[in-house]
Design a protein around this ligand. Structure first.
Ligand SMILES: *Cc1c(COP(=O)(O)O)cnc(C)c1O
Length: 418
């Protein structure tokens, strides 16, 4: 039998290397502090730590690659910690909010109101009033909002700055979460937009442009380019019916980060080239338009870790369990219960033994009385002991604010920016 007839065994997929944090004397270094010292500084576990330097580095890297005319907006639902939003407000061109609560944090952080936009499928009348009073741009998602805004604008004697959020007639292929195409609660179906634009014109709202958001957590550059192309084309078609020139064209985002084994970092080069082409077209076809992309997790996700302490180490019928002092209640997405179809492990390590050669297969589980409370399922990790610190990487987005912190009555999680 020749060698070529042997079955080819594919190596199992592995996590992309988590090289954003250094290792000193076996410890991960977060924001310049070795992990055990950071834990002492925080005073208790579990906690989230976000590295300020990494936030800056990420924005700088993006700016270096993308055309300079592209405006970068931070979708703050990814991480609404006020200190993080404060840093981001100083780095990006604008902040996208999705509630009056987020609007307050963005304004407190000093975001430029001209570059704050407010989206969301169910805006209360009170939220619309606050947004008009603040002077931010409202991404209109229904006919109801147009009527309400006309009344509010008149009553307050202030312009209602609006863009139309379009539910496109296509999807972002291969996205973790699809938010456009087909029937959706977001935005106004593309085919109804001309009628909506007419109403905006009749009522004298201050029309500024379009917002398209096709999906998120995408790691395929071609799919993102295709969605941006189609978004541009659609906006250009709709602009023919607009009551004023398009000054603001938000092409969405969707840039993903690698969470799971086998996932690789997004290649920005084709996206940059595609955006350059669109800018050239826009200069002729929509000369007043600024092109915007809005990103959440891509800015903050890789800059954050979740840190939880091993309370107990148990062996059950041969399987090692590290029982930690936090889990699903603080980090729903790492447990696999925030929109995932099949549970997979986030990248995890033992942060105070990050380069240990002694390794073992273990499961890290939280303290909750439910089998869903799982941070690492049978992963090869540095061999841990009680008191060690389990670190979940890629945790800077959709962590604390996206988790059911009251579930089972444990203490809430602390967040620090270092
Ligand atoms: C959630 C959301 C984002 C951010 O998504 P990420 O995957 O974190 O980049 C951007 N825009 C809109 C409209 C959103 O709803």
């Amino acid at each position: 039998m020749s060698d070529s007839a042997l079955p080819i065994r594919k190596a199992p997929p592995v996590h992309a290397p988590m090289s954003q944090f250094g290792i000193e004397q076996g410890e991960l270094v977060i924001g310049g502090l070795p992990l055990t010292r950071l834990a002492e500084r925080v005073g208790r576990t579990p906690f989230y730590a976000y590295d300020r330097g990494l936030l800056k580095r990420r924005v700088a890297e993006l700016r270096a690659v993308l055309p300079t005319a592209i405006k970068l907006h931070y979708a703050m639902k990814a991480n609404p910690m006020p200190a993080v939003v404060g840093v981001m407000a100083g780095l990006v061109d604008g902040i996208d909010v999705a509630s009056a609560g987020e609007l307050k944090v963005a304004l407190d952080a000093g975001a430029d109101v001209a570059e704050v936009s407010f989206a969301g499928p169910g805006k209360r009348e009170a939220e619309l009033r606050q947004a008009v009073a603040a002077g931010v741009l409202l991404n209109i998602e229904s006919f109801r909002e147009v009527e309400l805004l006309a009344g509010i604008s008149k009553e307050l004697g202030l312009p209602a700055r609006v863009a139309v959020r379009v539910n496109p007639d296509f999807e972002l292929k291969g996205s973790g979460m699809r938010m456009g195409g087909g029937p959706k609660q977001f935005g106004v179906d593309a085919e109804l937009v001309p009628e909506l634009l007419a109403r905006i014109g009749e009522l004298g709202l201050a029309f500024e442009g379009f917002h398209l958001f096709a999906g998120s957590q995408n790691l395929k550059a071609e799919a993102i380019c295709e969605a941006q192309q189609k978004s541009y084309e659609l906006a250009l078609r709709l602009a023919a019916d607009a009551p004023a020139p398009v000054r603001f064209l938000n092409l969405g985002g969707g840039f993903g980060i690698p969470y799971f084994p086998g996932e690789e970092r997004l290649d920005l080069a084709p996206i940059a080239a595609n955006l350059s082409q669109l800018l050239e077209r826009a200069a002729k076809e929509m000369p007043e338009a600024h092109l915007v992309i809005e990103l959440g997790r891509y800015f903050v996700g890789e800059a954050g870790v979740y840190v939880t302490r091993v309370l107990d180490k148990k062996v059950s019928r041969g399987q090692v369990y590290l029982v930690t002092d936090g889990g699903l209640n603080h980090h729903l997405s790492a447990s696999g219960n925030f929109g995932q179809v099949v549970r997979k492990n986030y990248p995890v390590t033992i942060g105070n033994r990050a380069d240990a050669t002694e390794r073992e297969v273990a499961s890290a589980v939280g303290p909750l009385c439910t089998p869903l409370d799982l941070l690492a399922d049978k992963m090869e990790l540095p061999a841990a002991r009680e008191g060690d610190l389990v670190v979940v990487f890629q945790s800077g987005a959709y962590g604390a604010s996206a988790s059911p912190q009251d579930f089972l009555g444990h203490a809430g999680v602390v967040e620090v920016l270092v």
